[in-house]
Design a protein around this ligand. Structure first.
Ligand code: TEU
Ligand code: CA
Length: 545
């Protein structure tokens, strides 16, 4: 590890959603001991670090993203002793561990908020944002991410408090120096405990515009990377640098250009997740990712951060549907094609639990099967508008976050081997077909493909440091690009459609000598009119020396 080549540039991350990973005690909820038991599995994949979604004490309105004690472990997940054990065992296996850092807001049950709410002159009042209001008139018209106003009225004080997510998630007032100091101390406490870094939740929202800011086209503009945020980021950066911790920010609203500031060597964070590549097409209830949009967004981020800054690469997380359902056609072939397509881009790849098995969306048949709060809100809003229940269900569940949150599918026994009890969220009925035990045995499985792909990626520094250039830029279905350094060039070509496609190659590729090195189907050669089968993916290599 050197200043220019820190360990995380050549590392793959694995995201664990603790609630749905593995339940060790039969209460239907995944837990820390469950994660400990599955560490050998994670290690065998070939990844280098784990990101755990929130494991802190929480009333669980937003599955742990509403924290009531930053230094406590959610009882359902275990104890601080369990966490220490998890950290030690992961480290022993060469796996680093990063935690979710949720500091845009707390739970409304956090002692700070309970104090703040208790009276207008409580010393904690200004830990949050309060404005004069009435039952019928909010301080302004701003809308929250989860639907409805960003303001919730408090009758006792005749003021409203501000929240960009649910009312149970009041936003912290970062302008207040005391708030920042408390947060910084908490961060140091975790870093001193030995964790390796953080994924910073919703970090681009910590600064808000003036309350009289007038909304135009983007309803979220007043809290997306607003001027003034940099001062806070610089303070955070100093702490992370002091501890040499790895950081990845969820920074929606930070453009690919601005991301350079955020992630260059002297930047606030090591890397950020962009939130733009899910370019949707189709009617609500039947949307898919538009391939050309997907590839143009990713290519722009690749180019803008090519030589300064760093990308965090992902196609799934706990907030989105399963990629093999919305971009792929739910086959083994398409899962592999998507894997190859994003993992060889420039940046640090993240794999979300179950993605490596090709887990797919859940067939929701009732709103009672849904847990996600934002989906319930959307469903109610649609019913209020007079949309028929069946249609409202379809629109709501098609892109719900719960597709990603169904329990991990370990084997073909009841509940996919996730729990001996009743799972907190229903298991996908396809678990007999798609599960980890089965895929380990099958040399041609998606799981084995991921292992081979990670090993292939690790064997070539070109994938870490090399350039990125799109090939066949405007092809609506083929995502092709080169990764090159002074020693070699890789040409990556992926047909992201379920149709046979022909790509006419530029002369230069025919004149140079390329060799097939990796793919999800059979060997092939570069020809003038190359035929790609449905979701076929190939990598060619050209040696310079
Ligand atoms: O998600 C936040 C999130 O998605 C927004 O920051 C995003 O900017 C917005 O939707 C615009 O597209 C994170 C977590 O990943 C999510 O699970 C939590 O519910 C949320 O924060 C609140 O903590
Ligand atoms: Ca449990």
């Amino acid at each position: 590890m050197t200043a220019n080549n820190p360990w995380w540039k050549k590392a793959v991350g694995y995201q664990v959603y603790p609630r749905s990973f593995y339940d060790s005690n039969g209460d239907g909820i995944g837990d820390l001991q469950g994660i400990i038991q599955k560490l050998p599995y994670i290690q065998a994949l070939g990844v280098d670090f784990i990101w755990l979604n929130p494991i802190y004490t929480s009333p669980n309105v937003d599955n742990g993203y509403d924290i009531s004690d930053y230094q406590g472990i959610q009882a359902e997940y275990g104890t601080m002793a369990d966490f220490h054990e998890l950290l030690a065992q992961a480290h022993q296996r060469g796996l680093k561990v990063i935690l979710d850092l949720v500091v845009n807001h707390t739970s409304d049950q956090h002692p700070w908020f309970l104090e703040a709410k208790s009276s207008k002159d409580n010393p904690y009042r200004h830990y949050y944002h309060w404005q004069k209001a009435s039952e019928t008139k909010a301080p302004n018209q701003w809308q929250s991410f989860f639907g409805g106003s960003t303001w919730t009225y408090d009758k006792a004080s005749q003021e409203s408090y501000f929240h960009v997510f649910a009312p149970e998630q009041p936003d912290l007032n970062w302008v207040n120096e005391k708030v920042r100091q408390e947060i910084y101390q908490m961060i140091e406490w975790w870093l001193e405990l030995g964790i390796d870094g953080f994924r910073l939740d919703a970090i681009s929202h910590i600064q808000k515009a003036e309350w009289n800011f007038q909304l135009t086209d983007n309803p979220w503009a007043p809290f997306m990377n607003v001027a003034g945020i940099d001062a806070y980021m610089v303070e955070l950066q100093a702490i992370f640098e002091k501890h040499q911790s790895m950081t990845v920010g969820e920074a929606s609203g930070v453009s690919s250009r601005k991301a350079v500031n955020w992630t260059q060597d002297s930047g606030y964070l090591d890397m950020i997740f962009e939130l733009e590549h899910n370019v949707r097409e189709g009617l609500p209830g039947a949307e898919r990712i538009n391939v050309l949009g997907f590839k143009k967004v990713l290519a722009r981020w690749q180019k803008d951060l090519e030589w300064s800054g760093w990308n965090a690469l992902y196609v799934e997380n706990h907030d989105n549907p399963r990629i093999n359902s919305i971009l792929g056609n739910e086959t083994v072939q398409s899962a592999k094609a998507i894997a190859l397509c994003y993992l060889l881009l420039k940046g640090t790849p993240f794999i979300y639990q179950g993605q490596e098995l090709g887990m797919i969306n859940f067939p929701f048949a009732s709103i009672d099967q849904v847990d996600a709060k934002d989906s319930h809100n959307q469903y109610c809003l649609l019913l209020d508008k007079g949309v028929a229940p069946e249609k409202a269900l379809k629109i709501t569940t098609h892109w719900t976050r719960d597709h990603a949150r169904t329990p991990m599918q370990w084997n073909a026994t009841e509940n996919a081997g996730f729990t001996k009890g009743r799972p907190w969220l229903e298991v996908n009925p396809n678990y007999q077909r798609i599960n980890q035990e089965k895929e380990v045995e099958d040399g041609r499985s998606i799981l084995n493909f991921y292992q081979e792909l990670i090993a292939f990626w690790k064997a070539h520094d070109t994938f870490v440091t090399g350039s990125f250039d799109l090939v066949a830029k405007n092809d609506p279905e083929i995502f092709a690009y080169t990764r090159a350094d002074e020693k070699q060039t890789f040409l990556i070509m992926v047909n992201l459609s379920d149709k046979r496609r022909v790509l006419t190659m530029k002369k230069i590729f025919l004149q140079q000598k390329y060799q097939y090195v990796f793919g999800n189907r059979t060997e092939k050669e570069i020809t003038q009119n190359m035929v790609f089968e449905s979701f076929e993916a190939v990598v060619f290599r050209r040696m310079m020396k």
